[in-house]
Design a binder for this molecule. Structure first.
Ligand SMILES: Cc1cc2nc3c(=O)[nH]c(=O)nc-3n(C[C@H](O)[C@H](O)[C@H](O)COP(=O)(O)O)c2cc1C
Length: 174
């Protein structure tokens, strides 16, 4: 699958094939794609937690306001930001903006790699940060940014979600 196909194939998947695992070599490749994301000053203020433990997955689903589908994925990756890493170089802008932009870029790379591997995933952002941090016993310096359940899709894809027309979100300044 080339880049353009992966972009078109990516869609949020919220039901996973319970019979198929995601091998750890595949997870490594996904993470290698994630860390190719750009980051301000190449600070790379991210940390990834690969969760396969069933209790921890359930704790994360509960932290994510009872989004239980995420505990049904064979693997869940939690993308965390390390704001002070960016702040050391860029102060408040690094702490409050770059560290989150960088981890978001890494998350999107991860999702595109998932799509290119014929896997499915969903960016889960609605969660109680403190509960998610507790589930992972996170170092207080880390901030969980995205919870990404990954597995083989259970159902046939439902088709692409709608987008606003390009003309309504693009302004040409010539
Ligand atoms: C920052 C962010 C937070 C999101 N949080 C959730 C979430 O908590 N639960 C969920 O099911 N989907 C979540 N999504 C997925 C969006 O609902 C989805 O990307 C959007 O509806 C477009 O659909 P598509 O991904 O299939 O193109 C989130 C996406 C983003 C980027």
């Amino acid at each position: 699958m080339d880049f353009w196909q992966a972009v078109q194939a990516r869609q949020s998947v919220r039901a996973f094939d319970q019979e198929r695992d995601v091998p750890s070599e595949m997870v490594t490749k996904l993470l290698e794609a994630a860390i190719r994301a750009p980051s301000a000053g190449n600070c790379q203020p991210w940390q990834f937690f690969v969760v396969r433990n069933e209790d921890t997955k359930r704790d994360l689903a509960r932290a994510a306001l009872d989004q239980w589908f995420l505990s049904e994925a064979p693997v869940v990756i939690v993308v965390c930001a390390d704001p002070e890493r960016s702040a050391r170089r860029y102060g408040d802008r690094g702490r409050h903006l770059y560290s989150l932009q960088d981890t978001a870029a890494a998350t999107e790379n991860l999702l595109l790699a998932v799509a290119a591997s014929s896997l499915g995933a969903c960016w889960v952002g609605a969660f109680d940060e403190e509960a998610a941090a507790r589930a992972l016993d996170l170092d207080p310096r880390l901030r969980p940014v995205a919870i990404v359940p990954i597995g083989y899709p259970a159902k046939h894809p439902r088709g692409q979600t709608e987008r606003l027309p390009l003309g309504s979100v693009v302004k040409l300044i010539a």
